[in-house]
Every structure is written in structure tokens, then in C-alpha cells.
Design a protein around this ligand. Structure first.
Ligand code: ACO
Length: 428
């Protein structure tokens, strides 16, 4: 294959280098385009054809259903690693030795207390506040209590900022839920594993001991691993572009949380459960909703089905489906919403419309079901997604800063009015 692409504009040819990734993906390098052509730019709303960076963190192939973190398959990681090992892998590039993992966990635990004044901020939010808005605000607020800028050339400062946020974030996650439920804002227990501690902080009732349930711990661990990174999606790109102005790590993460909130991104897991609730309220007739989803004059879509990148299957959905079956079976959960979900899944997988369009259940279809079975309230689903995505955002922010990427500043094609003289107020 040639190592150049040729572009012809008004009879003049321009040669643009081709760049090849480690999985043989090919990109046209247009860095010199505007200068060479005297101002021509490319336009690609939604960046469907545009690589925003080179990255060595996550590889995904939507056609083949492949997802790998730092070269390791998501299937193997979900089966053999725990969330903290995966976090270490994503951020630092290699699986940790036992010694590295112990130190990482101990450093995170050292930082798992937030300034008590953060409670005053939480108290000021109404109970009706959506937890994602609260989480984003609290993550930003951490900059007021901790150094806001990191000297990225200092490995030590970078490491400290990373373990600090990994320690404090689960506290913020738990407190956003406890505030909503009127529970006291308590700390976790340093003797526990990372995920066990998250569950205890979220669910511990003030008047009794919290009993760990291994099934829930394993299910949450898997869910967090599956959500830990997904290359340059909307929230991750937001974290990178925010950090590209040399804004600090915590505020860059707060921006990512806001981006994740939307129903077209992380908010889809909440939308799935709301759809299932609506079907139940309407009598539980799944066939009626299947017909609505296929009716082109009806805007209704089956939430949790289809994916922009994965067109054959979502590898995360495969893993999570098994986990969902285990959790529901082991917990002996009986819930009409879950019956509706299973009914829809079965019908859609056998339906020609869905088969022809390669519409399979995505990760959000099952994650909402597991979270519900675990007793996590619907409005916390996207917060749990954020907890899982945290190491991915950190890894991408770190990579962007270490590669000394320039500030993100897209161009535009202006389509507004050309020059017109100002009209005084009486002339308008
Ligand atoms: N229900 C019914 N029909 C659907 C659905 C659905 N969920 N998804 C796609 N289709 C149909 C479209 O109507 C279209 O039909 P046509 O070819 O007859 O016009 C065809 O399938 C292709 O759909 P597109 O919208 O072009 O597919 P695209 O790749 O752009 O969209 C998306 C992917 C946004 C995920 C879409 O499938 C969807 O809206 N799904 C429901 C929302 C959802 O679950 N989002 C979470 C995604 S996972 C994540 O973000 C972590």
C-alpha cells in the first residue's frame, strides 16, 4: 500500500501522508492541509471519520466485536482480573505485580477521605437533584480542597493526583446516593477491597452491620471493568479536550461526567429501565412495543438495542448477559420489569427487522437490569458508569498530557451572514 493519499483541489494535487496504527488501521494525516492549500479544512460533524489523537490505551473493532485494554481482551480481563488491576493497567500501561498492586491500593486508601466541608456542599443540594449533576459539581469542588494543578513532568505529582481521585471518587459516588435517600454521609472501611468498600459506603444502614454479598461484589467488579474505557467516546474526548487547555485532572473529569450524563451516552442505562417501567405501566405488552420500534412513523426506539460502533455484537453485552443471569438466579430476584426485559430480548433476537439491521442488545440493556437487581436506584445508574469509566478518563488525560498534545481547537465552516452595516435601534 502507498504511504500517501493524493487530494486534488481545483486542479492542484496535494500529497498527504498515511499513518498506520498497530492494528493496521489507516489514517490520512491532514496536519499540513490548511497551510498547504491556503485555508481548506475538512468538515466532519460528530467526528465519525476523524481521529482526534493517536492512543495506545484501548483498541476496538466494531465489525469483529473486539475490545482490548492495552492489548488484553475484555473477555480475559473480566474473567481473570479485578477492577483495580484493570485501572492500573489502563493508566500505567502494564498489569501490576502483586507489590505494585498492593502499593496502589494502599495509596488509594490513604486518600479515601474527603474534606468534611464537602458535606456542607452536599447538604445544600435539594434531594431532587440528579446525582450526575451533584457528582460533577462535587468532583469540580475537590479542586478547592486539593491542589488544582499537577506538574505533569513530575511522575510523583501525577501519581499522587491519580491515587487521590481514585480514593475520593467512590466517597462522592456513595454520598450522592446517600444524600438522595436521607442517609448519613459516612466513610467506608479501609480493610475492604475497592469494590466491597463502594458497596458498603452506598448501602450501609446506620443501625446495622453491612453484610457483603460475594455475588454483588463480583457483578459490580465485572460491570466496572466492562465500562472502564472505550477509546475516544463523547465523555473521554471531553476529558482530553478539557485537559488540553492544561486544566487540572479533577475539573477535566468533572467535564467528562457532564458529557456522560446524556441519554445518547451514559444516560442510556437509565433510559432502558424507564422504558421497561413504561411498558409495565402500559400493561406489559412487549409485542406492542416491538411493533412501535419497527414502525417508521413512530419515533419510539427499543432502548438498549443497537450500537454506533458494534454492528455484529457488543462484546461487553455478551459478558454482562452471563453476569445478569447469574446475579438474578443467585439472588432469586423476581421482578416484572426483568420479565419484560427478557421477553423483549427474546422477541428482538428472533425478529427479522432486528436481525436484518444487526440490532443486538448493547451493554446498557443488561447493566441496568443488574443494577436494579442489586438495589441500585435508577437515577444512580449513570453514576455507576462514571465510577467504572474513571480509570479510562484518567488514563486518557495522562496520555494526552504526557504526549504534550496541543490545545484542542477545532475549526468550522462559517455559514452565517456576511458583512452587513450596523443598524441603529430605530432602523431595525
Ligand atoms: N430500535 C428500533 N430500530 C432501531 C434501533 C432501535 N433501538 N436502533 C436502530 N434502529 C434502526 C433504525 O431505525 C434504522 O432503520 P432503517 O435502516 O430502516 O432506517 C437502522 O436500525 C439503523 O439505525 P441508525 O440509527 O442508523 O444506527 P446508528 O448506528 O446511527 O445508531 C444507536 C446507533 C444510536 C445506538 C441506535 O441503535 C439507538 O438509538 N439505540 C437505542 C439507544 C441506545 O441503546 N443507546 C445506547 C448505545 S450503547 C452506549 O452508548 C454505551
Amino acid at each position: 500500500m502507498s504511504d500517501k493519499a493524493t487530494l486534488e483541489i481545483n486542479g492542484t494535487s496535494y500529497e498527504l501522508p498515511l499513518v498506520v496504527g498497530s492494528e493496521n488501521e489507516v489514517a490520512i494525516d491532514i496536519k499540513t492541509l490548511r497551510g498547504a492549500t491556503g485555508g481548506v479544512i475538512t468538515i466532519d460533524p460528530g467526528y465519525k471519520n476523524t481521529g482526534s489523537c493517536e492512543s495506545a490505551i484501548t483498541f476496538l473493532d466494531g465489525e469483529k466485536g473486539i475490545l482490548r485494554y492495552r492489548g488484553y481482551s475484555i473477555e480475559e480481563l473480566a474473567e481473570k482480573a479485578d477492577f483495580l488491576e484493570v485501572a492500573y493497567l489502563l493508566i500505567f500501561g502494564e498489569l501490576p505485580t502483586q507489590e505494585q498492586l498492593d502499593k496502589f491500593h494502599s495509596d488509594i486508601k490513604h486518600h479515601s477521605v474527603v474534606d468534611d466541608d464537602v458535606k456542607k456542599i452536599i447538604e445544600a443540594f435539594p434531594k431532587s437533584a440528579h446525582p450526575m449533576g451533584v457528582l460533577s459539581s462535587l468532583t469540580s469542588a475537590l479542586t478547592a480542597f486539593n491542589p488544582s494543578s499537577v506538574d505533569v513532568d513530575s511522575e510523583e505529582e501525577m501519581y499522587n493526583a491519580i491515587v487521590r481521585i481514585l480514593g475520593k471518587f467512590p466517597v462522592l459516588v456513595a454520598w450522592t446516593m446517600r444524600k438522595k435517600h436521607g442517609l448519613p454521609l459516612e466513610y467506608g472501611d479501609d480493610s475492604l477491597g475497592y469494590v466491597e468498600n463502594v458497596l458498603k459506603m452506598m448501602f450501609k444502614s446506620p443501625n446495622k452491620e453491612y453484610e457483603q454479598n460475594e455475588i454483588l461484589v463480583n457483578a459490580l467488579d465485572k460491570l466496572l471493568i466492562l465500562h472502564a474505557d472505550h477509546e475516544q467516546n463523547c465523555s473521554t474526548s471531553t476529558v482530553r479536550i478539557t485537559g488540553s487547555s492544561h486544566a487540572g485532572l479533577f475539573v477535566s473529569l468533572a467535564a467528562g461526567i457532564s458529557a456522560l450524563w446524556g441519554p445518547l451516552h451514559g444516560g442510556a442505562n437509565q433510559a432502558v429501565l424507564e422504558m421497561l417501567e413504561a411498558i409495565k405501566e402500559d400493561g406489559g405488552d412487549t409485542k406492542k412495543y416491538m411493533a412501535k420500534a419497527k414502525d417508521k412513523s413512530d419515533p419510539f426506539r427499543l432502548m438498549g438495542f443497537g450500537h454506533r460502533v458494534y454492528k455484529n455484537f457488543d462484546p461487553r453485552a455478551k459478558i454482562i448477559k452471563v453476569a445478569a443471569d447469574e446475579v438474578l438466579g443467585d439472588l432469586g430476584v423476581e421482578d416484572p420489569i426483568l420479565d419484560i426485559a427478557k421477553g423483549l430480548e427474546k422477541e428482538a433476537l428472533e425478529d427479522q427487522y432486528f436481525v436484518d439491521r444487526k440490532l443486538y442488545p448493547n451493554v446498557d440493556f443488561y447493566s441496568g437490569i443488574i443494577y436494579r437487581a442489586m438495589g441500585i436506584p435508577v437515577e444512580m445508574f449513570t453514576v455507576m458508569f462514571a465510577l467504572g469509566r474513571l480509570p479510562g478518563w484518567i488514563a486518557q488525560w495522562r496520555e494526552m498530557r504526557l504526549r504534550k498534545e496541543p490545545i484542542g481547537r477545532p475549526r468550522q465552516l462559517y455559514t452565517g451572514e456576511t458583512y452587513r452595516p450596523f443598524k441603529t435601534i430605530n432602523e431595525r
